[in-house]
Design a protein around this ligand. Structure first.
Ligand code: NAD
Length: 359
C-alpha cells in the first residue's frame, strides 16, 4: 500500500463544513484546509478558551463561519442548507472528561444529539458526499489491557464524556445503515488518541497544564504520572481525517466505517515521560511534582491499533513523540515572544506534509 498523502488538487475549491472550527483541533484544521485552497465554513460556539488558537492564529481569516449551537437542530439545518457543503468534518463537542462529570446533561446533549443534528442536516441538505465524524479513542470499553483497541471492539466509556462519544459512534453506525448506504453520503467515524500541539489552552489537559506552570516558573503538578495514553501531535489525526475524507469522496461507501488514527506503539507513553521531556526541553529551571489529592476515575492504560488505516489507506504517523513535543515548545515560546503564530502554524503544517511524503 502506497503511503497516503494529502492531495492539494483534490482539496482546491472543495466546499468543506467544519463543526467546532473555533476549538483547538478545529483551528488547526481550518488553517490546513485554507492552505490547501478549500472553501471552508465553520459552525461552532465562540472559542472555548482565552487565549484561543482561533484568535491567536487568526484562523477565521480565510473562511466564513456561523456562531451557533449544535444542540439546536434548526441552527444546524439552516447553516448546512445555506453553505451547501460537499464534505462535512464534525468535530464540535464538549471535549473534556472533567467537565463531563460536572455537567453530564450538556455533554450528552452536545455530543450525542449534536451529532444526530449534524447527520440529519446532512441527510436533508443533499449534495454532501463525505462525512467524517470525529469521536475519540475513549469511545472503547476500556479493559485496561496491554493491547491496542481495534475498530470492531465494543463501545463503552466509564465517564460521561467517553460514553457520550461511544453513543455518537452508535448514532453514526445507525445513520449509515438506515439512511446513507447506498447512494447517500459516505459516512465514517475517526477515533484519535490524546492530541497535543501548540495553541491548546484547555483546562485539565496535560500539556496545557504543564505549559501554564512552566510559564509562571512554577512546578508542573501531575496527578497521574503512570497513566499511559496514545499521545500524538494534532496534525497526525487531522492528516488522517483529510486522507479519509478524500477516500470517502472518491470511493463512496468503500471506506464508510470506523477508523483509528493513533501514534506509533512506542509513543503510547506514561504521563511521567511527557512531563520529564517537556521540563527538559523548556530549560530555565523548569520542574514538576506529584499531586497527591483525590481525583475522579481516569483510565490507566489506553492504546489504539492502527493496522487498518495503515493497511487499507496507507496512513501512518509521521512525527514521533519527541519531535511533536519539540514543536510544541517551539510554538509556545514563539507565542510568548509575540511572533506570528498563524505563520508558524502554516509552517508546521507544511513541514508535516513533507514528513508524510518521506514516511
Ligand atoms: N483534544 C484531544 O485530545 C482529542 C482527542 C480525541 C478526540 N478529540 C475530539 O476532537 C474534537 C475537537 O476537540 P478539541 O480538542 O479541538 O476541543 P475544543 O474544546 O478545543 O473545541 C471544541 C469545539 O466545539 C465547539 N462546541 C462545543 N460545544 C458546542 C455546541 N453545543 N455547539 C456548537 N459548537 C460547540 C466549540 O465552540 C469548539 O469550537 C472533539 O470532538 C473531541 O471530542 C479530541
Amino acid at each position: 500500500m502506497r503511503t497516503a498523502t494529502i492531495d492539494p488538487v483534490f482539496w482546491r475549491g472543495k466546499k468543506v463544513l467544519i463543526t467546532g472550527h473555533t476549538g483547538f483541533k478545529g483551528s488547526w484544521l481550518s488553517l490546513w484546509l485554507q492552505s490547501l485552497g478549500a472553501e471552508v465554513h465553520g459552525l461552532a460556539l465562540a472559542p472555548p478558551t482565552r487565549p484561543s488558537l482561533f484568535e491567536e492564529a487568526r484562523a477565521g481569516l480565510g473562511m466564513s463561519g456561523t456562531t451557533g449551537d449544535i444542540r439546536d437542530f434548526e441552527t444546524v439545518r439552516a447553516c448546512m442548507a445555506a453553505f451547501g457543503p460537499q464534505i462535512v468534518i464534525h468535530m464540535a463537542a464538549q471535549a473534556l472528561v472533567r467537565p463531563s462529570y460536572s455537567d453530564p446533561v450538556a455533554t450528552y446533549a452536545t455530543n450525542v444529539m449534536g451529532t444526530v443534528h449534524v447527520l440529519e442536516a446532512a441527510r436533508l441538505c443533499g449534495g454532501v458526499r463525505a462525512i467524517v465524524n470525529v469521536t475519540t479513542d475513549k469511545c472503547y470499553e476500556n479493559r485496561e489491557w496491554a493491547w491496542g483497541y481495534r475498530e470492531d471492539e465494543a463501545m463503552g466509556g466509564h465517564d460521561p464524556y467517553s460514553s457520550s462519544k461511544g453513543c455518537a459512534e452508535l448514532v453514526t453506525s445507525a445513520y449509515r445503515r438506515s439512511f446513507f448506504a447506498p447512494g447517500g453520503p459516505a459516512l465514517a467515524s475517526a477515533r484519535a488518541g490524546n492530541v497535543i500541539g501548540g495553541g491548546d489552552w484547555a483546562a485539565d489537559r496535560l500539556v496545557p497544564d504543564i505549559l501554564r506552570a512552566l510559564e509562571r516558573q512554577d512546578a508542573a503538578v501531575i496527578r497521574n504520572p503512570h497513566a499511559t495514553r496514545p499521545w500524538q501531535h494534532v496534525l497526525e489525526p487531522l492528516s488522517g481525517y483529510l486522507v479519509l475524507a478524500q477516500k470517502l469522496f472518491e470511493d463512496g461507501q468503500g471506506h464508510a466505517e470506523a477508523w483509528n488514527f493513533g501514534p506509533r506503539d512506542e509513543d503510547a507513553q506514561p504521563v511521567r515521560q511527557i512531563v520529564e521531556r517537556m521540563v527538559a526541553a523548556w530549560g530555565d529551571g523548569a520542574r514538576w511534582q506529584l499531586d497527591g489529592g483525590q481525583h475522579p476515575h481516569e483510565a490507566q492504560g489506553l492504546k489504539l491499533d492502527i493496522s487498518k488505516a495503515r493497511a487499507r489507506m496507507g496512513w501512518r504517523p509521521s512525527w514521533p513523540l519527541a519531535h511533536a513535543l519539540g514543536r510544541i515548545i517551539t510554538w509556545h515560546q514563539a507565542w510568548l515572544a509575540r511572533e506570528d503564530v498563524r505563520q508558524l502554524c502554516l509552517k508546521q503544517i507544511h513541514e508535516y506534509e513533507l514528513a508524510m511524503t518521506v514516511n
